[in-house]
Design a protein. Structure first.
Length: 276
């Protein structure tokens, strides 16, 4: 009987094994690079969108608030406070003669002190440098304008009226520290400009204008210049990609202060100067 011949079955030799391994390593390296690169780009895009949304949220809210504000109550390089009307209904505005306890309009005509009361929102923007956040906080209060007993009657009735805020209380649901407008804020610089109505009436840097008190000086602010920069310097791949950042510089006007300056001949019970 003839024995059937069988073919020898041999495995890969050493050279073939090394070649296959090298090809596999190259392929895995390409796949790993593509995967990590896509993760890097996704992470960078996500952080870029985040700081852009924060910048847009901050600027949009600040523009709306400053445009509609009645006056600036406090100004500093990294924060400010403005007062805004709660309502435009005339029946919520009351002028009271303090001496007689009578409602009067406009202000006193008998040499007695008159207070003008107006419900307002107190809106503050503040940069917290430690947490790199910009916060917006809103409270309710009452703006009180009081006529000083200075000058001759009928000549200077409400010149440089005194302003104060009373009955301040927090908005329902408002966080104690305020709402976060933007994060990762590396720079938040504010500059202020006001009309110098006691001099030539020109728009000047805030520190150069004249006023009888610092409160009245703040109340004349008509424009704020914002210089804002956000930089996201965290993340898994922050050392291998350009860090997402955004920088905004813009000016924001108070429409009421513009109107008060341009149309001085028109009378308002909330004007600083009611001479007409």
């Amino acid at each position: 009987m003839r024995a059937r011949k069988t073919r020898d079955r041999k495995g890969l030799n050493l050279i073939e094994t090394l070649l296959v391994s090298a090809i596999a390593i190259v392929l895995l390296g390409v796949v790993y690079y593509m995967l990590t690169r896509s993760m890097e780009l996704a992470d960078s895009s996500s952080k870029s969108i985040q700081i852009q949304q924060g910048a847009r949220n901050l600027v949009e809210n600040m523009v709306r608030d400053v445009n509609t504000c009645h006056m600036f109550a406090f100004v500093a390089a990294d924060n400010f406070t403005i007062l805004k009307y709660q309502t435009d209904k005339p029946d919520v505005v009351a002028g009271m003669n303090v001496e007689k306890g009578l409602l009067t309009y406009p202000f006193f005509t008998d040499g007695k002190v008159t207070e003008h009361v107006l419900p307002v929102f107190r809106c503050s923007y503040k940069w917290d440098k430690n947490t790199e956040r910009v916060l917006r906080k809103v409270t309710r209060g009452t703006l009180v304008s009081k006529t000083p007993l200075t000058g001759a009657l009928g000549d200077n009735l409400l010149r440089m009226a005194e302003f104060s805020l009373a009955d301040e209380r927090s908005e329902p649901g408002e966080p104690a520290e305020g709402r976060v407008m933007a994060t990762k804020v590396k720079a938040f610089n504010l500059s202020y400009f006001a009309y110098d109505d006691d001099a030539d009436g020109g728009l000047k840097e805030f520190s150069t204008i004249t006023a009888r008190t610092i409160a009245l000086k703040r109340a004349r602010v008509a424009m704020v210049v914002l210089n804002f920069k956000a930089l996201f310097d965290e993340g898994l791949y922050k050392d291998r990609l350009k860090q997402p950042e955004i920088e905004v510089m813009t000016k924001i006007w108070s429409y009421k202060r513009i109107n008060d300056h341009v149309y001085k001949e028109y009378f308002s019970s909330q004007d600083e100067d009611t001479r007409f």
